[in-house]
Design a protein around this ligand. Structure first.
Ligand SMILES: N[C@@H](CCC(=O)N[C@@H](CS)C(=O)NCC(=O)O)C(=O)O
Length: 214
């Protein structure tokens, strides 16, 4: 049995949700209310001491369980156990290209959005980083984050000129992270505009996929 600890409004669990849907993996979902601080409460801490979502609990027929506490582990596990369709690439070169672009989508996309949001939102005072430790906001990081998100949109748009997918000519975790970042950027008021025609074409094609539309 597979259980996803999720939060419907948060970007990182959405990455795991899309991956599970792309691979057609049956699972149960438990919502963790991040706004109410449920991730920090003792019950969830026991499941994931890092106090973050997503987490994936897997229990085999013999009752042996494991808990995967971040997207990297969830992706590695699901790709190994459900190889089709491959989301990390098939050939060595494709795997390398996808790994490189997936990291860029995370580092240049998701992270600056998180920096911009977490260092400015009144609801996140002292919660500038996820996890069990409280960290104070640094307003300059919010400003830098917003600049980097704008740059991310420009770079992603350039990358998608003449391409249907971010990497290796196939749907992959690089597209998943990119879609999640582009959509979540709204929270810091950065949106693609008419200058981002390649990005908008790609996003419209992604919307046709049930995993993304859900
Ligand atoms: N490395 C983790 C990061 C997960 C993460 O940062 N999740 C956020 C939600 S998008 C979270 O749990 N935040 C809890 C908090 O803000 O206290 C992953 O990719 O799975």
């Amino acid at each position: 049995m597979i259980t996803l600890y999720d939060c419907a409004s948060a970007p990182n669990p959405r990455r795991a949700r899309i991956l599970l849907a792309e691979k057609g993996v049956a699972h149960e979902t438990v919502q963790i209310d991040l706004r109410a601080g449920e991730q920090l409460a003792p019950a969830y801490r026991q499941i994931n001491p890092q106090c973050t979502v997503p987490a994936l609990r897997v229990v085999d027929e013999a009752g042996h369980g494991l808990v995967l506490t971040d997207n990297a582990a969830i992706t590695a596990y699901l790709e190994a156990r459900y190889p089709q369709p491959p989301m990390l690439g098939a050939s060595p070169a494709d795997k390398a290209e996808i790994a490189s672009w997936a990291w860029r989508m995370e580092f240049d996309g998701l992270m600056p959005i998180a920096e911009a949001l977490r260092n400015s939102s009144p609801a996140m005072v002292n919660r500038a980083l996820p996890g069990p430790i409280d960290y104070a906001q640094i307003p300059q990081l919010a400003e830098r984050g917003r600049q980097r998100v704008q740059r991310f949109f420009d770079e992603l748009n350039e990358r998608l000129a003449g391409r249907d997918f971010v990497a290796a000519g196939q749907m992959s975790v690089a597209d998943i992270t990119a879609v999640v970042a582009v959509d979540f950027a709204r929270i810091v008021k950065v949106k693609p505009d008419e200058r981002h025609s390649h990005l908008l074409r790609w996003r419209a094609a992604m919307a046709e996929r049930q995993s993304i539309a859900a």
